[in-house]
Design a protein around this ligand. Structure first.
Ligand code: 1CP
Length: 334
């Protein structure tokens, strides 16, 4: 049975517009907040396969989405590599010092064992009948974005620490280690039942143009080729880069997820592969009339292009679930 996203990604069909959301599970849902309140340690929550399966399915119980995305985090990989990772309330992630000697010694079995609950959760979710004719999305952070967190130690928000590129040896070694373990993490997710892989490069936009090739294109292309070798479609989200066309020509993903700074009218002329996303998540904080107008803009522009409806970044915690419901129905009725 071919899912709507498969038809779009692999067959390049344009008739139906499948829909899912980045951060579709999370703080905007009261049922998530309830579980979160009782589980203040975010890493432990990601490693609780019963709760993480339940959280993964929460948005699908409310909305007619075409995919579930496994509830986990891109920073589970640095955690698996034995770097300290904490999530502080209203602050975001806080990592410990990167220790090259330590991360070089991590072996594959230990890494898999540490992250095993994530794979178990994928298997649990996969069995649920709610996923009939829907996809289950696995994901990783792109090597560049993970490197940023591992060296910066907290969210870079707008810029990198001053000496970010100082230790070339550390950067090169870390990228090699990341490539190996990201492949392993992808393989385990696919083996457990993930039917699509999305690669999140949330901080690609921090790099100047001339650094993209070494830090974004090349390491991401290696992962894209690997996912393709497993016969699974791969979507890339190189957030806030200036030239999505160059990215696609170099990295060759099956689909490209665009951020809300991208002009959909221009991108459709430049890019031939399936496109995902774009709508500014802040539009969901306005009113239904405006949400309808803005969403129809994307739907109309991409009418004859394979397009997966999504946002230009994750759903904001202050979003009203009723607005999400309205949007899903609007896209489904289009
Ligand atoms: O309750 C809380 O405070 C936790 C909030 C939260 C959630 C719900 C975090 C902390 N991570 C997640 C889950 C998550 N993260 C998912 C689950 C599936 C879903 O989408 O429903 C996914 C795919 C991610 C991916 C992720 N984590 C990214 C890439 C996408 C993006 O948003 O750019 C990034 C950058 C992270 C790091 C991270 N984890 C959490 C936060 C708040 C952040 C971002 C911090 C920052 O601003 O740098």
């Amino acid at each position: 049975m071919k899912t709507p996203i498969y038809e779009c990604l692999i067959k390049n069909k344009t008739k139906t517009k499948p829909i899912w959301f980045m951060r579709q599970a999370g703080r905007y849902l009261p049922e998530f907040r309830e579980i979160r309140k009782l589980n203040p340690n975010f890493i432990n929550l990601c490693l609780n396969n019963v709760l993480s399966s339940e959280i993964t399915l929460q948005p699908l119980k409310r909305f007619n989405l075409d995919a579930a995305i496994i509830f986990s985090d891109i920073l589970m990989v640095p955690y698996g590599l034995s770097q300290k990772v904490n999530f502080k309330k209203n602050f975001g992630p806080k990592l410990g010092d990167i220790n090259l000697e330590k991360i070089s010694k991590v072996n594959e079995m230990d890494f898999i064992n540490k992250l095993k609950p994530i794979y178990k959760s994928i298997k649990n979710v996969k069995k649920n009948s709610i996923l009939k004719n829907k996809d289950l999305i696995g994901f990783v952070g792109a090597p560049w974005t993970l490197l940023v967190y591992m060296i910066n130690k907290n969210s870079p928000k707008k810029k990198l620490v001053k000496d970010f590129f100082k230790d070339d040896f550390l950067i090169k070694k870390t990228l090699i280690i990341l490539e190996k373990f990201l492949k392993l993490h992808i393989k385990q997710q696919v083996k457990s039942g993930a039917t699509i892989i999305q690669i999140f490069d949330s901080w690609a936009g921090l790099l100047e143009e001339k650094k993209l090739s070494n830090y974004v294109y090349e390491p991401t292309q290696n992962l894209v080729n690997y996912v393709k070798s497993l016969n699974v479609p791969v979507i890339c989200f190189p957030r806030k880069i200036k030239n999505y066309k160059n990215f696609c020509e170099n990295v060759k993903p099956d689909a490209i997820s665009i951020d809300y700074n991208v002009d959909p009218k221009l991108i459709i002329k430049e890019i031939k592969i399936p496109i995902q996303g774009g709508l500014d998540p802040k539009i969901l904080l306005s009113d239904k009339e405006n949400l309808k107008k803005e969403s129809l803009k994307y739907l109309n522009i991409f009418k004859n292009h394979p397009y997966i409806f999504n946002l230009g970044h994750g759903i904001l915690p202050e979003t009203d679930p009723m607005m999400v419901d309205y949007l899903v129905k609007l896209v489904k009725d289009y």
